[in-house]
Write a protein that binds this ligand. Structure first.
Ligand SMILES: [Mn+2]
Length: 315
């Protein structure tokens, strides 16, 4: 069984690195730290390498031990969490590619199976939810700290239990609550509290939101200049795409934001019947039925037209 093989590889490895996607969200950071803590209980000392992340998650345990780089060139084992594709390991894919063994653990249906061992559960609403079952199988004790990380991933990826949630999600939440984890506090810090940069970006995006196709499409964007002026970090745009979706009658919310290297990231959310993962795949990205994204080159105007044309076909 895949899980047995994963445990075997972990036990064999001395130098382990844990990696996640560019612009890491609560699930990416939460699952990475949870995995680090779990491996520590097995006597391992893995590195978590995340170059840049939003200050919104500084409340997580052990976040200060995340590295931004490493002088180890070749790890025995690299584990990519919450990554559908090796392309989104941007800037640190060499740690993954150079490792002797590569494991991918993810919950995106569009996963390209880029590891030697791939453990993908597209039904799980968060990578963190996959980890709970995995740790139980490995007989790793779920501590309060691990529980905090996992709950952060689940709460952020489900938008506070509002989408993709399964009955198991609530069972796990109950289990984690019994460990003494304060779920209300994670809800507040992980989902509601915004840093100033985040708030500024949200304000700008809301000011320029447009409703098209009889209000079925919501569109907004953030430029590079906005990011600079707001002093934003990676991930500070989190949640903006949800604003459009939460407006009455909107079926698809489109949010474009500038990233490094003159690219734009297109985030898509749907309310009901549109499968936005198809649109994202067409743009070279991927994701889930109701939440997907792609990185695209061009100007905001060009990308806007391209995306809206695709969305219209599905309305
Ligand atoms: Mn995720």
């Amino acid at each position: 069984m895949t899980l047995d093989t994963i445990l075997e590889e972990i036990k064999k490895a001395n130098k382990i690195v844990i990696l996640t996607h560019d612009g890491p969200d609560g699930d990416a950071i939460g699952s990475s730290i949870a995995f680090k803590l779990a491996l520590e209980s097995l006597g391992k000392n893995p590195d978590v390498i995340i170059p840049e992340y939003s200050k919104n998650f500084i409340f997580l345990p052990e976040i200060e031990n995340i590295k931004t780089t490493s002088n180890i060139e070749k790890y025995d084992l690299a584990i990519a969490l919450d990554c559908a594709d090796s392309k989104i390991l941007k800037g640190y894919e060499e740690y993954f590619e150079n490792a002797s063994k590569k494991i991918v653990i993810d919950h995106h249906g569009s996963n390209t199976m880029f590891g030697d061992i791939n453990f993908i559960n597209p039904v799980a609403p968060a990578c963190c939810q996959i980890l709970i079952g995995m740790f139980e199988y490995f007989e790793i004790e779920l501590t309060k700290e691990i529980g905090e990380c996992i709950m952060t991933g689940i709460i952020t990826d489900t938008g506070g239990f509002s989408h993709n949630t399964t009955y198991e999600t609530f069972e796990f939440a109950a289990e984690i609550m019994r460990l003494g984890v304060n779920i209300s506090e994670i809800f507040r810090k992980g989902l509601h509290v915004k840093n100033k940069a985040s708030f500024e970006l949200q304000k700008r995006a809301m000011n320029r939101i447009e409703f098209l196709e009889n209000g079925k499409i919501a569109f907004t964007y953030i430029t590079e200049k906005d990011l600079e002026e707001a002093n934003a970090m990676q991930g500070d745009h989190e949640g903006i795409v949800e604003i459009g979706r939460n407006v009455e009658n909107v079926e698809v919310s489109i949010f474009i934001h500038a990233t490094k290297n003159n690219c734009y990231k297109v985030s898509l959310r749907s309310q009901d019947y549109v499968d936005v993962s198809n649109i994202a795949i067409m743009l070279g990205g991927g994701g889930h039925q109701k939440a997907a994204a792609a990185t695209v080159k061009g100007t905001i105007e060009q990308i806007k037209e391209k995306v809206i044309t695709e969305v219209k076909k599905q309305l």
